[in-house]
Design a protein around this ligand. Sequence first.
Ligand SMILES: Cc1ncc(COP(=O)(O)O)c(C=O)c1O
Length: 503
Amino acid sequence: MQRPWAVFGYGAKGSDSPDGGIRVATMVDSAPHMTAEEFRRHGHQVVDWVADYWSGLADRRVTPDLPPGAVAARLPAGPPADGEAFDAIVADLDTVVVPGLTHWQHPDFYAYFPANTSGPSVLADLVCAGVGVQGMLWATGPACTEMETVMLDWLADALDLPARFRSSSAGGGVIQDSASSATLVATLAALFRASGGAWREAGLNRPYAVYTSTQGHSSIEKAARIAGLGDGAVRTIAVDGTTLAMRPADLRAAIEADLAAGVTPALVVATVGTTSTTAVDPLDEIGPLCREYGVWLHVDAAYAGAAAICPELRWAHAGLEHADSYCFDPHKWLLTGFDCDAFWVADRTELTRALTVLPEFLRNAASESGAVIDYRDWQVPLGRRFRALKLWFVLRWYGVEGLRAHIRAGVAMAREFADRVRADDRFEVVAPHPFSLVCFRLRDSDASNEELLRRLNESGRLYLTHTKVRDAFTLRLAIGAPQTTPGHVAAAWSLISATADAL
Ligand SMILES: Cc1ncc(COP(=O)(O)O)c(C=O)c1O
């Protein structure tokens, strides 16, 4: 479709052109930008589409049943030469995209951890995209920067995090894209500290070690790799056989062994809510130990941190006052769409000294005044979106009590599900379930459990994933999608039970 309103414009010849880059008037079509009126109309169309998608989710399979390559095969070999009608693009969402979606917002999505979103979060993302601000410096986005500082303080209050993480102290919070990035940034700051700053100019001047439990997330190894330490620098500390939490005595022994071998302990990553089973490492023992050895303590609460919005679930943060940094993902269980990881440090100067690089083109009076935060120094990329809008919209729409209701509903449904599993002699619950994840298995071979999971997921009626607990194949049911109700979880159990009957 060639739009009718192409007009005369100006083109520029490149500076390496024979005429030395002199601008010349020429005839070109102007780009067919969407007008404000068109945007308004099509915007309503897209919001309607998303609302209909959400309303119809429960009637769909949770996972697609297309073979690999099927979505790519529905796309043309290349882009159109001339722009197309917006209606055609929206129509293709239903024919090309939706059939290939794993529906993470589906009420019967119980896989991995939730990555829930919500109306206010999506609408805030629309505003974020619309204003198109790059908040790398305070000067390039004063509202983006200042709202982020305040939102991270609000969240710290809502979770009752230690005072040292507030912006009014020496610390402060920042939004990272993911918990993996938070771990990477913590690793870099820890290396800066462990090397007495030498790492920044000279790189790794001697061997360093990172410690986490055998249940720590894979992003810790990845961060060590990116930081130049290599996987070999990551010590995986044994866990308690029942709680699956890190054993502090083993952590101490590993640190001592490294010191004796001339290796500098740089970082301990403790987890609140491990990925496999939501085990909680004992921060109140690990924290003082890190202090004793001067090792940076990062606490990764990617999924479970959200639970601390409920006072009765804050026990999992006991000892957090010893941490140098802490993160959780509102994009997992706090109704804020991906990407939004909330990351706090107790000493913002250590972090910014580790990461800052100041080229001439970023110099500006506000930065030089020292009175503003430039979040580019708190993360790996330079550019950053106005993600604080999502938190602002979500916190204001739900209120703290509304968010508590969401977390409490998930915890209660998980408890009910675990009770059903325990009441059935064929099954066992294999790990504590303090939050909204239940790990369970048939009291049978790994092969039977694998087959049970395969049949359940093949049905398309729900989606579960698995892990290994004490080397045994284990099913995980993680609750957190906004549309999930006790009725959905009861139906999920009926399906699991009936499928086990038919094995
Ligand atoms: C404990 C833990 N840490 C880190 C991550 C990685 O999260 P992200 O996708 O935000 O990097 C996860 C993901 O599930 C996790 O469970």
